[in-house]
Design a protein around this ligand. Structure first.
Ligand SMILES: Cc1cc2nc3c(=O)[nH]c(=O)nc-3n(C[C@H](O)[C@H](O)[C@H](O)COP(=O)(O)O)c2cc1C
Length: 200
């Protein structure tokens, strides 16, 4: 199979498309859609967002040192896209999109109520990479929607939230379940290795 060699580019996909809420008072609240985001440390829990300095949100996040990553769902796809193509310098995105700002437990930035999971972040370091500056942040609290917690087991059912992802300019839902973490090496009850037979 031949390969075509491309110049360097950003081709790690799929990625999340999250709505990042920022601002420390109602009048200045804003939402920016971000795909350059991810987990970078388990303990302490740390993540990043990379934002272009020309974004309206950039100065808000830099000044306050706090923001919230709100996961997005199929139901929130329209709002996710809109908040990624319109600027808070011209619009109040919360009211335009009918989204509800809710007080966070630790940070001053608001949670988006309609999101199934909100990650409260405090900025630790800003790395000026080039087109984007990376906000390396500590996760200081996580807020989850009650209705997604199974009342019997207490397990958070993220699989029921219909979260979406972003791949090369397009949004997708998650499609079919393929396997659990470690399924490739899990022994079946008869002592065999399920991993070896996964494609049979
Ligand atoms: C799916 C998607 C992903 C995006 N990811 C980023 C990103 O990672 N970093 C960034 O600076 N802008 C990103 N943008 C663009 C901003 O969301 C967009 O410029 C937005 O209008 C900025 O809002 P603001 O001016 O209110 O801050 C993305 C847009 C979309 C639609």
């Amino acid at each position: 199979m031949g390969k075509v060699n491309w110049k360097p580019g950003t081709m790690i996909y799929p990625l999340p498309a999250v709505m990042v809420s920022c601002g420390n008072e109602k009048e200045g609240y804003n939402i920016i859609t971000v795909s350059w985001t991810g987990t970078i440390c388990t303990d302490p829990a740390m993540c990043y967002i990379s934002v272009r300095p020309e974004r309206h949100s950039y100065d808000i996040i830099k000044k306050n040192g706090e923001y919230v990553i709100n996961l997005t769902t199929k139901k929130l796809a329209y709002q996710t896209d809109w908040c990624g193509v319109r600027s808070g310098s011209e619009y109040d995105k919360f009211s335009e999109m009918g989204l509800t700002p809710v007080k966070a437990s630790i940070v001053s930035a608001p949670l988006i109520e309609e999101s199934p999971l909100n990650i409260e972040c405090k900025v630790k370091e800003i790395v000026e990479l080039g087109s984007h500056h990376m906000f390396i942040s500590e996760v200081v609290a996580v807020d989850v929607n009650e209705e997604l917690i199974d009342p019997k087991s207490g397990v958070y059912r993220l699989d029921k939230a219909n979260v979406i992802c972003y791949s090369h300019g397009k949004y997708y839902d998650l499609g079919k379940f393929i396997g659990r973490f470690g399924f490739s090496v899990k022994k079946n009850k008869k002592g065999g290795d399920k991993g070896k037979h996964a494609n049979k």
